[in-house]
Design a protein around this ligand. Sequence first.
Ligand code: TA6
Length: 293
Amino acid sequence: MQLPAGIKDIALGEHGLRGLQIETPLCRALISRQGAQLLQFQAQGQPPLLWLSEAALFQPGRSIRGGIPLCFPWFGAAPAPGLPAHGFARHRLWQLEKATADGDDRVLSFSLHDDADTRTLWPHAFTARQILRLGTHLTLTLEVENRDREPWQFSFAQHSYFPTPDIRQTRVMGLEGRPYFDALQDWKVLSSEAAGICFGAETDRVYEGASGCYRIVDDSGRQPDILIHGPDCRSAIVWNPWPEKSRRLGDMGENGWTGMLCVESGNTGRDSIRLAPGECRSFTLTLTHERLA
Ligand code: TA6
């Protein structure tokens, strides 16, 4: 495929993964073909918008720690023993269908279709497309089509990793007072802080029926606010592993937990999506720094 100016195919690590490096007058980015996973994004004149672990592993069939892995066709625990948490889409090689220039923006469309292997994991015919628009803002559109004769239900999350100078001086706004399921307390329903979510311990919260629009605030004033705009995504997951879980994960890097947080956008649990045969739905998420809004 002829790639537009500013996009080149590169190796990712030493285990055969391939990626696309993007350099335009508006931004720099790095995408893994495995999982159609955005790994890095930085608008010109701005700090990096995404966090990528310094200890990320670039191995076929293994999720890369950072950027925006796509959890699909389910978010969270596997629906049956032997299936991967967060679905299989992030482990698969997606096809680059289109790569175009729209002015100084670059638009890349990746697709994933069911095959005999996916049908052993999830017995449905589907097409998923991840469409990335890279410019002064970052926009991801997930498009899912039911190509089966039966309706089926799926859940998903754009599992976004964001940088912060210090997680202990970071707040997430937009979920004040909302109820959430606490994954660390057996999914007990608790209510969010009125002044925004702060971090003082391992945090793993799932919100349903939320607005889809949030703001990450660095109270130390060293990083511009990060704006998350995804009204099609009614679930939000807020996560920081803190040091103990980070050690167990093994690919968070030395003290990586202090400089990151996940605010993930999707539709899970009661927000899961049911598609009729032939139905296609899309879910758009825009991420940017405040100064460029
Ligand atoms: O999004 C939060 C979460 O579900 C956490 O429970 C933690 O497991 C995190 O995702 C990372 O999961 P992963 O499979 O990418 O290591």
